[in-house]
Unconditional design. Structure first.
Length: 241
């Protein structure tokens, strides 16, 4: 159960949870390839990580994903942490269906397309780890799209574990994590928001990306885990946030 010399592709590995995961895979001896849309983020991540390779792509673009994996060739572990960020919070039916569809595109369908394009190149001894979110297990009023798309990812993973065995397929479900996804909120408001969330969690704080990264490494290394949802949410589900 070692990642020494394993090849890992992390789509979304240029920021937040994905970047922390890329660093942790490298520290475990893996060869890491990161990818995301922005050249700037890819360049910055490759500089920060040191030895990773970086590629620019949009995981919603099926033909680009196919080209990418053809170029990469065979590898061991696929991790997908990419997501467009932002989610609507509004009573059901108050927003156009196009808003919900765009949110599904930038998380559910992107992960779906990535797995489909990657499949011919993932070794049978390897693994796929997708990303959902604690909202799937602890729905909040007004979050119908967020809850539906994260639940859809977890459902997809259960079937992929059956369809793709012996390749192992799992999903990490993070709670609230302090990552650049919240950079659009000014620092003070963000601190107040995190503090408020923290008060309602069993562990009384939001997560650091490195704490979520451990879950992806575990799922890549553990050769007997498949079809699992690994919750890393500081007790959010039990405390009802
Ligand atoms: N942070 C939280 O509180 C939290 C909670 C629950 C679940 N999650 C989930 O955890 C995952 C990682 O979130 P994070 O907080 O680490 O976000 P983040 O810091 O914003 O990172 C998202 C990454 O995805 C890439 N990306 C976004 N859209 C993409 C696309 N269409 N194609 C390719 N790459 C794309 C981004 O780079 P580019 O901009 O260069 O594309 C970036 O590298 C997401 O699935 C998120 O929904 C996060």
């Amino acid at each position: 159960m070692s990642l020494q010399n394993h090849r890992a592709v992390i789509v979304g590995g240029t920021s937040g949870i994905g970047l922390a995961t890329a660093k942790l895979f490298l520290s475990q001896g893996a060869q890491v390839i990161v990818a995301s849309r922005s050249q700037e983020k890819v360049d910055a991540a490759v500089r920060e990580i040191g030895t990773a390779q970086g590629y620019v792509l949009d995981f919603r673009d099926e033909s680009r994903m196919k080209q990418f994996f053809e170029k990469i060739g065979d590898f061991d572990h696929l991790v997908v942490t990419a997501a467009g960020g932002g989610s609507s919070n509004a009573p059901f039916g108050s927003l156009g269906i196009d808003v919900a569809k765009a949110e599904f595109d930038s998380k559910f369908w992107g992960q779906y397309a990535t797995v489909k394009a990657a499949l011919p190149f993932i070794r049978q001894s390897g693994s796929i780890t997708l990303t959902s979110g604690a909202a799937a297990a602890r729905p909040a009023k007004g979050a119908s799209t967020l809850v539906a798309l994260n639940s859809a990812i977890e459902g997809l993973v259960r079937v992929l574990a059956m369809d793709l065995a012996p390749i192992r397929v799992n999903v990490v479900s993070p709670g609230v994590v302090d990552t650049p996804v919240f950079n659009g909120i000014d620092a003070n408001s963000r601190a107040v928001m995190f503090q408020k969330i923290a008060q309602s969690l069993l562990l009384q704080r939001v997560a650091k990306p490195e704490e979520i990264a451990e879950a992806y490494v575990y799922l890549a290394k553990n050769t007997y885990t498949t079809g699992s949802v690994l919750q890393v949410e500081g007790g959010a589900i039990l405390s009802g946030i």
